[in-house]
Design a protein around this ligand. Sequence first.
Ligand code: B1M
Length: 222
Amino acid sequence: MTELLERISICVEFGKVDLKSPYPPALKDQQGAFELTRIALDSGVSPGVILEEALIPAMSRVGEKFSRNEIFVPQMLMAAKAMNSSMIHLRPFYLSGETRRKGTFIVGTVTGDLHDIGKNLVAMMIEGAGWEVIDLGVDVSTEKFIETADKYPGAVIGLSALLTTTMENMRKTVASLREIRHSMKILVGGAPVTPEFCVKIGADHYSPDPQGAVEFLKSIAQ
Ligand code: B1M
């Protein structure tokens, strides 16, 4: 990996957004993911290489550390912010179709549920793993999931629920999605959700954390 890619990767891993960001103190007054990504593109590094060799390894280290309880939500959010600042430069290449993503992931928190912190972390890690993410937000109706799934055939669906009361809505959404497309891959998660519940409602996979979600997508990507 070139020195520049390594610096971008470190900035993302440790949440160094741009020149002005004071965090982490060791990188104060240095360029962050935002500036370094621009420099890399301007010097001819392809968006795919920046994603594959700087952002994805950084987000994978972040996910592993989070799974091992070595870092916590605030550090994850800082890493997400740094990754997003890098994606500002990369996104146009993906939107134009010049660079390909690994697949599409449609994610949302189910009807009646307004919790989105965990869902956002999952979305961010999956984007960091090279997937296009369509984030439908919170309180997402079954109809909205179906409508979006129709627009993106082959997309993987991710449902999050944080309330025991909204787990029932998760079940209904999975059942309706299965009716329209039986083979659609559905991932579920959220604090009250369990592997047993996942099996019971007919979803494909339960993940307790974002890293597990990324591993699942990796396992099914062609
Ligand atoms: Co709410 N709330 N809340 N709340 N809230 C909980 C969930 C609760 C456990 C608190 C408690 O009573 N101890 C409780 C639920 C009880 C239950 O049903 N078992 C509860 C309640 C009751 C409520 C209200 C009903 C309170 C009220 O109004 N009476 C209300 C409901 C509103 C609604 O949704 N309709 C409510 C409201 C809120 C706020 C709006 C104030 C706020 C949400 C803000 C927001 O999300 N923007 C809030 C918060 C912050 C919490 C707690 C404190 C924290 C949740 C959180 O963000 N955790 C929570 C108590 C707690 O957990 N300590 C609580 C951090 C986050 C990183 O973890 O979301 O679990 P989590 O996500 C994890 C994994 O679960 C996984 O990855 C993440 C990272 O590891 N994951 C997935 C999540 N989604 C995934 C999807 C995947 C894969 C993995 O694949 C698709």
